[in-house]
Design a protein around this ligand. Structure first.
Ligand code: SAM
Length: 235
């Protein structure tokens, strides 16, 4: 990963509206043509994170009628299956391209499904999300937040959640491993935004500061993908 100066958030928005959109739409998609080995491996890892998240959420009871905010929804990998489970989903992303793709996929997947509410998709920076939701989920977005900004972001997400907050992030313990692999993942210049890894302890501390504790945790790994998954609840 290379360092890009300036405002990280603007860089992230720009990336996910352009080269990052094409790249991640491909990774999160189903086609295999033109998808390389590393991207396929990340696809597998990420879908495990989505699966584990859904299992975690269903562990708390059926999702029918449960309000869920999916912060940084990407192409809708989580929002769509949650809606199909009967959840009332509000999904937002900083990238208009991502939101448009998520909406397109949702229309395809949900059209005609009985008793399913179409997620409400919005182009919105997660710091500007408002309202209250039974559950807030934020998968693989912390990688775009430096530690000093992660705390505020976690506290904001917790303020939107009434019952639980589920977060996934790339753990810092795998820093060197990941760095090595990121070299393969982002071989050329201008393909990557900076990647920030987080220590589980730091994430937990940020949650504790605002009165939340980790109730369940998981770890997902494939060759090129690493994620800690935590489910937090109010103390
Ligand atoms: N959560 C989705 C998933 O797991 O399929 C997408 C993960 S993708 C690696 C990261 C996403 O976070 C991108 O779609 C990006 O546009 C979005 N994102 C990054 N920073 C954001 C911010 N500050 N507010 C909202 N979305 C953001």
């Amino acid at each position: 990963a290379q360092e890009i100066g300036g405002d990280d958030k603007e860089v992230v928005r720009e990336y996910f509206n352009n080269v990052g959109f094409d790249r991640w739409k491909k990774i999160y998609g189903e086609e295999t043509e033109g998808v390389n080995r590393v991207q396929l491996d990340i696809r597998v890892g990420h879908s495990k994170t989505v699966e584990n998240t859904i299992a975690m959420l269903k562990g708390g009871g059926p999702l029918s009628g449960v309000t869920v905010c999916d912060a940084g929804c990407g192409t809708g990998s989580l929002a769509i299956p949650l809606a199909l489970e009967g959840a009332i989903v509000y999904a937002a992303d900083i990238s208009a391209a991502m939101v448009e793709e998520a909406r397109r996929q949702a229309e395809e997947a949900i059209a005609g499904a009985e008793g399913v509410t179409m997620p409400e998709f919005r182009v919105r920076d997660l710091e500007n999300l408002e309202g209250k939701y039974h559950t807030v989920v934020c998968l693989d977005v912390l990688i775009h937040y430096p530690q000093e900004k992660a705390e505020g972001m976690i506290s904001h997400l917790a303020s939107l959640a009434e019952n639980r907050l589920v977060l996934s992030f790339a753990p810092k313990t795998f820093y060197y491993n990941l760095l090595k692999r990121l070299g393969e993942l982002f071989p050329g210049p201008s393909k990557a935004t900076r990647a920030y890894l987080h220590a589980e302890r730091d994430v937990e501390r940020a949650l504790e500061k605002v009165g939340w504790r980790v109730r369940r945790r998981g770890f997902i790994t494939t060759q090129f993908y690493f994620a800690n998954l935590v489910e937090a609840v109010p103390f």
